[in-house]
Design a protein around this ligand. Structure first.
Ligand SMILES: Cc1cc2nc3c(=O)[nH]c(=O)nc-3n(C[C@H](O)[C@H](O)[C@H](O)COP(=O)(O)O)c2cc1C
Length: 183
């Protein structure tokens, strides 16, 4: 297996992070990996926002918690939607872009693979997608400079790994090779 395939095989979601900022050059490499992703018709409309201020991430988690609980989704004590990771990367794109989910997801996967290659933990975080259009959450996103016409595709929690977890088994039966001479 070459290095790229090894990185793909090694990627797994991390949910326990060290309370330590990753190096600037590592963050830059993750952001460059994000924008290197393919995009429909090369429009490159999705953007990535790196939130590195823990107070901002905490404000977001508190707001998401409040909004979720108002919707009847009880969150456990000590809930933190991005597991206290020191960095949250938010990928968003304009509402009018019909390919933003595909483009943004490619960016996120590039981030996860780049992080794995640097021995940095990562995890897709979804909660913001479901709560982003509630005013209180939008106000926090505005603070980050995310335009009002952007919709969040997904987020990546990023940081050094505190506690490793076993890799999830991948279901091989999902692979189908369709032969050309199938009768
Ligand atoms: C669209 C999507 C949304 C996800 N949302 C969350 C999330 O909000 N919180 C979380 O801990 N993991 C989330 N995950 C990570 C999955 O739980 C994880 O990928 C899955 O359990 C397989 O584990 P692996 O990533 O280690 O292979 C999400 C993954 C995807 C692709």
């Amino acid at each position: 297996m070459n290095e790229t395939l090894q990185t793909i095989a090694q990627r797994k979601s991390c949910r326990s992070y060290q309370n330590k900022m990753i190096k600037d050059e590592e963050l830059q490499m993750l952001l460059q990996a994000a924008i290197q992703a393919p995009s429909a018709m090369n429009r490159q409309l999705c953007e990535v926002y790196a939130i590195t201020n823990p107070a901002y991430i905490d404000e977001l988690t508190e707001t998401i918690k409040k909004v979720s609980e108002e919707r009847g989704e009880k969150k456990p004590d000590g809930y933190h939607f991005s597991y206290h990771a020191p960095i949250l990367l938010i990928v968003s794109g304009p509402e009018y872009d019909s390919r933003r989910i595909e483009d943004g997801s490619c960016m996120l996967q590039n981030i996860f693979l780049a992080a794995t290659s640097l021995n940095i933990g990562s995890c897709w975080i979804n909660q913001l997608r479901d709560t982003q259009n509630v005013d209180e959450v939008r106000n926090v996103l505005n603070k980050f400079g995310i335009p009002n016409n952007h919709q969040v595709v997904g987020c990546a929690a990023i940081g050094y790994i505190k506690q490793d977890t076993p890799a999830k088994e991948k279901k091989q039966e999902r692979i189908h090779i369709v032969e050309s001479n199938r009768g």
